[in-house]
Design a protein around this ligand. Structure first.
Ligand SMILES: [Zn+2]
Length: 501
């Protein structure tokens, strides 16, 4: 804004919008959380070595192959071990030890089901190898079937009540009891996860409320709960959950970012900047660092904008921020002629977008209590407002800053009273957002926002319900609020209202 160029008596100002991105870029962080969460719940495979002394029945050749295979397993060369053991198996098909080693190779290579098969064969061929029961038990633990695991641990303890690892095995039995509850918990969290991925945030929200009630100290559940709260516009509650998640696990950098983003959605620029800076400080090499820095500089600009105060956010309108440099921009002639070009062939464009944009003009006309009216024209040269589509984000970038959603440019002529009469407007709308598909409602938010600028609302609202809010937010609905309507009515207060409409 404030970039006045062109011949004397012609003023053009460029307004970039939606200036601040918010939602995007956070969702991929969920993947990292999922990975972390899986690690937290997964059960370490247990390797019990078969000692040479236990294998007296083996031929020297098979014994040496088994010992070699054991070394391979220890150095993570599982496929080599399996190949070698299959050769040993063909030399001595009735050797239980070979199957025991095969089981261990599979178990440590996360081939749990195959490991179980081999262990069962091993026990059948050589019931003396009681320790195989322990491995069978841990396999069932890894398969999330703790109730199947317990009898194997018990069998081992019966056979070896004084074994040096007896206490450890009793520990496994205890863990499997806890596991039984945990497997239900895991299923619950995974269910919630799939609801988040499907965009069913309200349903996901109640699932994670249950999860947090079941295991209050499981940090990822709080993260997800916060995420679903944010997606349903409950930013303050979301911030509380992300903070709780950070208390439990201070390494959850995604929570720091989300706290910043929720403050941004609330219009609290000072706190948003603080948390984004915390993220940058703790993750200087993050691939998101550039994006976050842009957000911070955008928020700093917004913080300086007129009408950006908590008091302003609760007033009946935000007319004070509609002026640019103290000047009001208004169309001088109504109805305003609008040309919407056909976006066919533009990546991500759908025919429904045309209708969405037309409806956006209608909604502002109604919002202005019919002080404004529009007529559609097909010839771009006859248009006052020309709307075009692009799938290239660079086309709506200005000053090196990637801008999301759209770009509106106004041209006008100064009036005697110091205000500006708008003579033409160009609106460019982005049809895809970082490759992500755009829903009709998302496009409606962008269209309503850009048309608002095209009608002369130069600045932004600091209330996160208004369509002219300075940043995209799940709290913004694809409709005009009372304040949006009051602002356009205020701007065109002296204009006659069309009758009979
Ligand atoms: Zn804007």
């Amino acid at each position: 804004m404030g970039c006045f160029t062109g011949p004397a008596h012609t003023i053009s100002t460029t307004i970039m919008h939606k200036g601040l991105t918010n939602k995007r870029g956070i969702l991929p962080e969920l993947k990292a959380i999922l990975k972390k969460y899986r690690m937290a719940l997964s059960f370490a495979a247990v390797l019990v070595a078969i000692s040479g002394e236990r294998c007296l029945a083996m031929s020297d050749e098979v014994r040496s192959m088994c010992q070699q295979a054991e070394q391979m397993i220890n150095s993570q060369r599982f496929n080599d071990a399996v190949k070698l053991l299959h050769r040993a198996e063909s030399l001595d098909p009735s050797c239980g030890e070979v199957h025991g080693y095969l089981g261990m190779a599979f178990q440590n290579n996360s081939n749990t089901k195959q490991a179980v098969e081999e262990y069962l064969k091993a026990l059948q061929l050589n019931p003396q190898m009681s320790f195989i029961n322990v491995n069978l038990g841990t396999c069932y633990m890894n398969l999330n079937q703790p109730q199947q695991a317990v009898p194997y641990f018990q069998r081992y303890l019966q056979d070896n009540p004084n074994a040096p690892d007896a206490a450890q095995v009793r520990g496994y039995i205890k863990q499997s009891g806890a596991r039984e509850g945990q497997s239900g918990f895991r299923a619950l969290v995974e269910h919630g996860q799939s609801l988040v991925s499907a965009g069913k945030f309200s349903e996901a929200h109640s699932v994670f409320e249950q999860a947090v009630a079941q295991q209050p100290n499981f940090a990822p559940a709080h993260f997800y709960l916060g995420y679903t709260l944010a997606q349903t516009g409950q930013n303050q509650k979301a911030i509380a959950e992300f903070q709780y998640c950070l208390q439990l696990d201070p390494s959850t950098k995604e929570a720091v970012l989300n706290i910043g983003s929720n403050y941004q959605s609330l219009g609290d620029t000072a706190n948003a900047i603080t948390w984004y800076e915390k993220y940058l400080h703790e993750n200087p090499g993050s691939p998101k660092a550039g994006d976050i820095r842009q957000r911070i500089s955008g928020l700093r600009q917004q913080a300086k904008a007129p009408g950006n105060s908590p008091a302003a956010a609760s007033q009946d309108d935000y007319l004070a921020s509609a002026a640019s440099g103290g000047r009001w921009f208004r169309w001088m002639r109504v109805p305003i002629r609008v040309c919407i070009t056909n976006g066919a062939g533009t990546g991500g464009y759908r025919d429904s977008f045309y209708k969405v944009l037309m409806e956006s003009f209608s909604m502002w006309a109604v919002g202005s209590e019919n002080r404004l009216a529009f007529t559609l024209v097909n010839d771009p040269s006859q248009a006052d407002i020309l709307c075009t589509w692009t799938d290239n984000p660079n086309q709506i970038a200005e000053g090196g800053r990637a801008v999301e959603g759209g770009l509106t440019k106004l041209s006008g002529q100064p009036q005697q009273n110091g205000d500006v009469g708008i003579t033409s407007a160009k609106v460019i709308l982005l049809t895809n957002l970082g490759g992500a598909p755009l829903s009709d409602d998302d496009m409606r938010k962008v269209c309503l926002h850009e048309v608002g600028h095209a009608l002369g609302i130069n600045g932004h609202s600091s209330n996160n319900s208004d369509i002219m809010f300075f940043t995209e937010s799940p709290t913004v609905w694809p409709t005009l609020t009372k304040r949006d309507k009051a602002t356009i009515c205020g701007l065109y207060n002296n204009y006659p209202r069309a009758s009979g409409q």
